[in-house]
Design a protein around this ligand. Structure first.
Ligand SMILES: Nc1nc2c(ncn2[C@@H]2O[C@H](COP(=O)(O)OP(=O)(O)O)[C@@H](O)[C@H]2O)c(=O)[nH]1
Ligand SMILES: [Mg+2]
Length: 259
């Protein structure tokens, strides 16, 4: 009788979400991770943009990863739906990447950011990073929200800009840590090698923890109600509080038009 086979590679890659407001540096952080880690672990990237594949194009142009390992999902009006309620297009993109380039160790998924409320469903990612930046103001970390409070890692980015925007980084990091009950927080600047090392060490550690089954995905919690404008300028407010057992492009049940 054949010996039972002990798997040496995991069944699938570690899926790591990167969320946070527009412009805080999610695409830059992903480019940084690819640049630092692609020689030692097998990686892929999935980006989410509302109408374009601009983030994927930026990453491809940066030359940090083989072009075909960077895939784009166009989310339509609500970027949250694609990472929270109906994750199917993202799951298909991740699985296609693994099929074409696997076995992969790590797939990074960038959310289409817009405000402080976006969090990934654990159905899509095993862990998530929430990205703030000092330019958004020193008090942002105190404002809380599910991503700030309960993402697996909070990054306070662009610390090199702190003197120009008059933010006390140490205080912002202390506030962030308090908002997270001591959960991990990294102050990051791509110009500061020590902070880049702290980020890559966290990712290495998590990749190993997921591979060895030592990590349990946690849902940071539902988003607060928020609004979107469609192409005709109509604005609707909705929330993602209710879990849906069926997939659809946009949950309509709790939407209210804003005039
Ligand atoms: N000074 C500084 N700028 C940064 C840093 N990281 C990102 N940026 C800049 O912040 C802007 C927004 O970055 P991007 O990655 O596109 O943000 P995203 O919208 O969250 O994906 C870009 O102009 C980046 O060059 C950093 O560590 N320091
Ligand atoms: Mg981006």
């Amino acid at each position: 009788m054949a010996e039972p086979v002990t798997p040496t590679t995991p069944a699938r890659a570690f899926r790591l979400g990167v969320a946070g407001p527009v412009g805080t540096g999610k695409t830059s952080l992903i480019a940084l991770l690819c640049r630092e880690l692609a020689d030692e672990i097998e990686m892929g990237v999935v980006t989410n943009d509302i109408y374009t594949d601009e983030d994927a194009q930026i990453l491809r142009a940066a030359g940090v990863l083989e072009i075909d390992r960077i895939r784009a999902v166009e989310t339509g009006a609500c970027p949250h739906t694609a990472i929270r309620d109906d994750v199917t297009p993202n799951l298909i993109a991740v699985e296609d990447l693994e099929h074409d380039h696997g076995p992969l160790d790590l797939v990074l998924v960038e959310s289409g950011g817009d405000n402080l409320t976006a969090t990934f469903s654990p159905a899509l990612v095993d862990a998530q990073i929430f990205v703030l930046d000092v330019a958004g103001g020193g008090d942002v970390a105190r404002k809380g929200g599910p991503g700030i409070a309960r993402a697996d890692l909070l990054v306070v980015n662009k610390t090199d800009l702190a003197p120009y925007v008059e933010v006390d980084v140490e205080r912002m990091l202390r506030d962030a840590s308090a908002a997270r009950d001591g959960g991990p927080v990294i102050g990051l600047s791509r110009h500061d090698a020590t902070s880049v090392g702290a980020l890559t060490d966290w990712v290495r550690h998590m990749t190993a923890a997921v591979r060895e089954g030592r990590h349990t995905p946690v849902d940071p919690g539902p988003m607060a109600p928020h609004s979107h404008a469609d192409e005709d300028g109509h604005v609707t407010v909705h929330s993602h509080e209710h879990e849906h057992d069926h997939g659809h492009a946009h949950p309509l049940g709790d939407e209210q038009p804003v005039r």
